[in-house]
Design a protein around this ligand. Structure first.
Ligand code: MN
Length: 565
């Protein structure tokens, strides 16, 4: 492949256009589209994607580099850990004002319940631009079977709760109509009119179950604009799910017909089949905004898309399919002879978006080379370039591991570094750490593992177990110490670098094996939250043990902090 080339100016992100001044209920430039990222709230609701508060903070900082207008970092009433994450992000990220005055709005999610709203405000009020996003279902099926409330009752609750949010001192209030796309039109106009009068500044139209088509969503937005009292004084938002693979298309149609806030997630993670993906929506606007969408634009710095995508992939444990648009491993790889021939003659033959524009590097091997002679400054710089904003002692700690790795293998790649950092982040709050491991395995005799685990209180615990192979005996030995019944749902190994001196990344997904179910779901099915762990080491069994501990620690922390459904 060719070396790095300059990007045609016509494809550059439109950063020459300024980000309009932030006013909750009004955007001074009618072509500007706000991006609300809900990776840390709806995205985290993906099965297996539970993130620690520290991981959320890292991602929030990365979202700032990306320039998202609004970050929705969590649902404070759901757990202590989410409360802490929202508070920490509001305090740190929500107060870091850029040179151009940009500071993201921090949006705290809550149901239309007084206690939820008060808790959400308690967590988010520290931000320079705090927002409360309160939501209630408006469709007949949800009101009748889930809320068990009449239309009048739901309207009353919505009005009271928006007023309550305002009474706390919040002047940026988003009202979400859950399952709006299956709601009765007249009722929707009425309830939106009521919350606007009560003080809502953004109204969110959620396609909660991912059932509409672009044509239908566009018509809905137009109808809302035509029939809702006071709608001209607020921002219309969309929140689309991907159950039929239409989330991006629906979101774009929403913007085309008048929505000026789009709710999206990195890599499209989220409940069930996920949400509209930030990278797809933003790149559609970047490449088609001028030609097909009347000049609509965002201020997302698209060059940071890829590194953000990678960070979310690692922290959430949600692996990308290779053919994921824009950020998948194959998204810009041309395999057939005819295509390659065309690409060599002119890139425009098969490439309409330049990969550099979203942060890909046009090299076969990505990244600069760090080795055992590299110093901590080089490491710090590279980590910054990769999107990690680490404190002094964190860099020192990564540096020690980096040195140890560089002793064993000649070149430490970006992928290795990311594995090291995500490993650290995961371990920031760990209850159990691996103190030592000894495994005997093979075809003679039983596989035996001895593990030494160090508890957060400093105590050391040793256990020994036999099992079917090295991994099984190791997990059994860990279980003897931790005593938390778990079920292994998924286990995979990836060698991330070439050659014999490889760093092996292990990924495990576990769930609790007992009768305690969470009650997020409205179904009667048991809903087991799942937890993933990733770890990279030179030794396969060691990385496997560490990955298991990462997942176990998340599970234990979750258990501690889970207060209500
Ligand atoms: Mn959702």
């Amino acid at each position: 492949m060719a070396t790095k080339t300059s990007i045609p100016s016509s494809q550059s992100p439109k950063l020459s256009r300024l980000r309009p001044q932030y006013i909750p209920n009004h955007i001074p430039d009618s072509s500007y589209v706000r991006i609300l990222d809900t990776t840390l709230r709806d995205g985290e609701q993906s099965p297996g994607a539970t993130m620690t508060a520290k991981e959320k903070l890292d991602i929030a900082r990365q979202l700032v580099k990306l320039g998202v207008d609004i970050i929705q970092p969590g649902f404070p009433s759901a757990s202590n850990s989410d409360f802490m994450a929202v508070k920490m992000i509001a305090q740190e990220v929500g107060n870091a004002v850029g040179d151009d005055g940009y500071v993201p709005v921090i949006a705290s999610f809550c149901r239309c319940v007084e206690k939820d709203i008060a808790t959400a405000w308690e967590a988010v009020k520290y931000a320079k631009r705090p927002r409360l996003c309160t939501s209630i279902a408006t469709s007949p099926i949800h009101m009748e079977h889930k809320l068990r409330k009449s239309k009048d009752q739901v309207i009353q609750i919505a009005r009271d709760m928006v007023k309550f949010a305002r009474s706390l001192g919040c002047n940026d209030i988003q009202f979400g109509a859950e399952d709006a796309t299956r709601s009765d039109r007249e009722f929707l106009y009425e309830i939106l009119g009521v919350v606007i009068e009560a003080g809502a500044t953004t109204v969110n139209i959620a396609d909660t179950v991912g059932i509409v088509m672009p044509l239908e969503l566009g018509k809905l937005i137009v109808d809302i604009k035509d029939n809702t009292p006071g709608i001209a004084n607020v921002i219309i938002s969309t929140h689309c799910h991907n159950d039929l693979g239409l989330a991006t298309a629906n979101t774009i149609e929403g913007a085309r017909t008048g929505a000026r806030q789009l709710e999206v997630t990195i890599n499209g993670i989220g409940e069930r089949a996920g949400n509209a993906s930030l990278e797809e929506v933003v790149m559609v606007l970047a490449s088609k905004g001028d030609h097909a969408l009347n000049g609509l634009y965002t201020r997302i710095n698209t060059r940071h898309i890829l590194e953000t995508s990678k960070m979310v992939e690692e922290y959430s444990g949600m692996h990308l399919q290779p053919h994921k648009p824009l950020v998948g491993a194959n998204a810009f790889v041309h395999a057939s002879g005819i295509h390659q021939d065309g690409m060599l003659k002119h890139k425009g033959t098969y490439e309409t978006i330049s990969p550099e524009e979203i942060g890909h590097k046009r090299t076969t091997r990505i990244g600069i080379v760090l080795g055992k002679l590299s110093g901590s400054q080089a490491l710090r710089k590279r980590l910054e370039e990769l999107g990690y904003d680490l404190k002094e002692d964190e860099v020192d700690s990564v540096f020690r591991q980096f040195k140890a790795m560089a002793e064993k293998k000649k070149v430490v790649t970006d992928v290795d570094l990311k594995a090291l950092v995500s490993h650290k982040a995961c371990h920031a709050e760990s209850i159990w750490k691996l103190g030592g491991l000894q495994v005997t395995c093979g075809t003679i005799g039983l596989s035996t593992a001895t593990v030494k685990l160090v508890n957060i209180d400093g105590s050391t615990h040793v256990a020994c177990s036999i099992g079917i192979g090295a991994v099984d005996s190791t997990y059994k030995a860990i279980n003897l110490v931790v005593k938390e019944p778990t079920k292994l749902l998924d286990y995979s190994l990836n060698s991330v670098t070439e050659g014999i001196g490889v760093n092996v990344t292990a990924r495990v997904v576990i769930c609790r094996e007992n009768n305690h179910t969470s009650t997020y779901a409205f179904t009667e099915d048991a809903n087991y939250p799942t937890f993933s762990g990733i770890a990279a080491e030179m030794d396969v069994v060691v990385s496997t043990a560490k990955a298991y501990l990462v997942a176990l620690n998340k599970l234990l922390r979750w258990k501690e902090s889970f207060r209500c459904a």
